[in-house]
Design a protein around this ligand. Sequence first.
Ligand code: AMP
Ligand code: ZN
Length: 115
Amino acid sequence: MESCIFCKIIGGEVSSEKITETDNFLVFRDMNEKAPGHSLVVPKTHIKSFLEMDRELYGEFMEVTKAATEKIMKDYKHESFNLIINDGEAAGQVVSHLHLHIIPRNVGDGYKICP
Ligand code: AMP
Ligand code: ZN
């Protein structure tokens, strides 16, 4: 989709800081990070919702999320993390291209999960 910022990142038109990628997913750092290493796991095909993904990709989605989370925990030395999908407007989805947030957490960081 032409106007989608994440499609532009996937296509290389907009720069991003890549954490890792697979055939069907790209993981890059969030530009408004809640903590150093906050990243987004994004399918390379434009879909809006978690429920729209081809069923054969769910395994790869979890595998790449695990690999990226392990790398972020190690590289940025965090204690804990949240994995979050804001799916739909009422859930706080701003970018209409499915993405899973990997948000590093540390005791006392004060970050509130629920809006
Ligand atoms: P959400 O509210 O779940 O739709 O979150 C969208 C996320 O995308 C926000 O955390 C933004 O900071 C992030 N974001 C938007 N544009 C970019 C970009 N060009 N590069 C990296 N992250 C972005
Ligand atoms: Zn897109």
